[in-house]
Design a protein around this ligand. Structure first.
Ligand code: AMP
Length: 633
């Protein structure tokens, strides 16, 4: 009885549990069922109609009293208005013609592109800052003592009175007429004749003997600048007459000193001219000698110029310096040697000329220049000349100069506009044979450039075999042979000169008809220097460059842009090349690479900078490695 009661109660409780769960399920199913469902259970008293989530949320907000607040109402209104506006804009756009829509979209895209340009410009500035020369081009003693010169040197030269009184606007008009760009404070006036520059008659006659009657643009502004005692950066294409800008004033200043107090034994030099190559030094020496001799034959005191270059006997040079000299023209290596051995002193030196300064830095003479400066004992007038002047060197130069005047005739790095530049695609194996055909393009004299000494020798041999009167020079030949070859070519005894780049830097051969680049140089500066050997001083010339698969694309793109700038014909093989810089050029930004001056790329993609940085990195690693390994020993 007891057991059956227990079982019953258990069953009841069990059944009760079952009923409760069923009831719950039923309630849920009712809730989920749509209100119109036809079912007997729909009449249940627990029935609640279906309310969508959106409505439930709205109800909740209503409950919390969030809706219909005044601010919120306004927000809603403004949201509605924006929607209206958007609709209206879309409608009006639909009303616009496709062309108008396109130009609108283009405007938006250009605005975006401009901001990308700004970003790139900032990045470029940062790179340039990192690579710019921070060590000033100053003597170590000056750096150590913190000596800074603030005033330019005084000279006795004054421009003609009527020019001195000329307003800056009038002076600027003259500069504009001759396409002279000048930067700096307190600029000397441009002077349009040699007579107004106050050169004595014998100098003017000596110039006439060389066919020099009217000053060139760089001379119009440059000579008065140097005569006024100002430091100067001269950027001019090769053949523009930049040698005379420093040579004539130096001759005049030396003459003035000699008349005041003659130079005696062991005195001098009063002026030092540093050139990157022996050939250029020789040529500069010849120019100075020509005007010094002209003055002497007219009864003026004798001015002594010494040529101090490697490859010739040092004894004669030392003897010349001991006798007392006014000017030394030197290459860095020999000059360092003389200074280190105390065979030459720079205590009296008041002029320093760095010719082809960019080449000098490029060729690794930068540290030598710094060392040379450490031998100066007082302020000097520093003149820097170059056909190309990348920004990093301009910064480097500015640190050495006092209130410099920068004179630019033609964009730094642009090839001479008087040269017709032709580019020909010639396969590597066909080059030497095609060279013979190419020589027929013009009458002699012709200059042929190649990168490698071996190529120079091969071409020389081939042309001699074919009966062409050719001579060759490169760094592997001794100085006497080099000098002989240059003399023969200059005097017109030989028709063709084949050379490596040693002949491309500032060497002046008159009337070169044709320059042939047997290969395309890696950097555009070398190309500009090579091409600049022809078309000098207003004459026109032809330059032919062989290109083929071995040329890097980046070099060819730079070449293409240089040709565009010089208004030359672009061969289809170059026209097809596209560069990252194209979009900058489209937007009128024609600066190109701030490091090497190449127009086809930006500093962010400069192969030359990359090569330099890799070289530096490997040098550092090697140095560190050597330092560590020597420490181990
Ligand atoms: P440079 O640029 O100094 O190497 O000079 C190149 C050539 O131009 C040299 O042969 C000079 O004799 C010649 N030259 C320099 N100045 C003038 C001038 N004012 N008129 C004509 N020829 C000049």
């Amino acid at each position: 009885m007891f057991i059956s009661r227990m079982l019953r109660s258990l069953r009841v409780s069990f059944c009760f549990g079952m009923t409760e769960r069923a009831e719950e399920t039923r309630r849920l199913s009712v809730k989920r069922r749509p209100p119109d469902t036809d079912s007997d259970e729909s009449d249940g008293e627990d029935y609640r109609p279906y309310v969508s989530l959106k409505q439930r949320r709205k109800q909740m907000h209503e409950k919390r009293g969030k809706i219909f607040r005044p601010g919120q109402k306004q927000d809603n209104e403004s949201a509605n208005r924006t929607e209206d506006e958007i609709l209206a804009a879309e409608r009006s756009r639909a009303a616009l013609s496709l062309l108008d829509q396109h130009s609108e979209l283009k405007k938006v895209a250009e605005a975006q592109k401009e901001s990308a340009l700004e970003k790139q410009a900032k990045e470029e500035e940062k790179i340039l800052e990192n690579i710019s020369e921070r060590t000033a081009l100053m003597a170590a003693s000056e750096l150590a003592k913190g000596i800074q010169y603030t005033k330019s040197l005084e000279t006795s030269w004054r421009p003609p009175r009527y020019l001195e009184g000329l307003s800056e606007t009038k002076r600027e008009q003259i500069r504009q007429k001759y396409h002279i760009l000048v930067e700096g404070y307190d600029l000397p006036p441009p002077v349009k004749t040699f007579r107004e520059m106050k050169f004595p008659r014998p100098v003017i006659t000596a110039m006439k003997a060389k066919g020099i009657v009217h000053p060139t643009p760089i001379q119009i502004q440059g000579i008065p600048t140097v005569l006024s005692g100002r430091d100067m950066i001269g950027i001019a294409f090769t053949g523009s007459g930049k040698t005379l800008v420093f040579a004539l004033p130096i001759v005049m200043f030396c003459l003035e000193q000699e008349i005041r107090m003659p130079f005696v034994r062991d005195e001098g030099p009063y002026a030092l001219i540093v050139c990157p190559s022996r050939e250029l030094a020789h040529q500069t020496y010849d120019v100075l000698h020509h005007y010094a001799e002209a003055l002497r034959s007219a009864g003026h005191p004798r001015l002594r110029t010494i040529l101090s270059i490697g490859g010739t006997a040092i004894r004669d040079q030392v003897e010349g310096i001991r006798r007392g000299c006014h000017v030394v023209v030197a290459t860095p290596g020999r000059l360092m040697d003389l200074l280190a051995k105390k065979l030459m002193r720079l205590e009296m030196c008041r002029f320093l000329v760095l010719d082809e300064a960019d080449r000098m830095v490029d060729m690794g003479f930068e540290e030598d220049v710094r060392t040379i400066l450490s031998y100066f004992r007082s302020q000097r007038q520093t003149l820097l000349f170059s056909a190309t002047m990348p920004k990093k060197i301009q910064n480097f130069a500015r640190s050495a100069l006092v209130k410099p005047v920068t004179i630019n005739v033609g964009r730094a790095g642009a090839a001479n506009l008087d040269v017709i530049q032709e580019i020909e695609y010639v396969k590597q194996e066909a080059k030497i044979v095609y060279l013979l055909e190419c020589l027929q393009k013009t009458a002699p004299p012709v200059l042929v450039f190649a990168q490698k000494k071996a190529d120079v020798d091969d071409m020389h041999e081939y042309l001699l075999l074919k009966g062409v009167d050719a001579v060759a020079i490169h760094g592997g030949k001794d100085q006497e042979e080099r000098q002989w070859a240059i003399r023969q070519f200059r005097e017109g005894k030989k028709d063709v000169l084949i050379a490596t780049d040693i002949a491309s830097k500032g060497l002046d051969f008159s009337d070169i008809q044709h320059v042939i680049n047997y290969d395309m140089p890696e950097d555009m500066e070398s190309y500009v220097h090579r091409v600049g050997r022809t078309g000098r001083c207003g004459k026109t010339g032809v330059a032919t460059t062989f290109i083929n698969k071995s040329c890097s694309e980046s070099t060819l793109i730079d070449l293409k842009h240089l040709l565009v700038e010089a208004k030359q014909r672009i061969p289809p093989v170059l026209a097809a090349l596209k560069s990252q810089n194209d979009e900058y050029l489209d937007l009128g930004d024609e600066r190109g690479c701030a490091y090497c001056g190449g127009l086809g790329h930006r500093i962010t993609d400069c192969p030359k900078l990359e090569a330099m940085q890799t070289k530096q990195a490997t040098n550092i690693t090697r140095r560190e490695y050597l330092a560590n390994s020597s420490a181990d020993w």
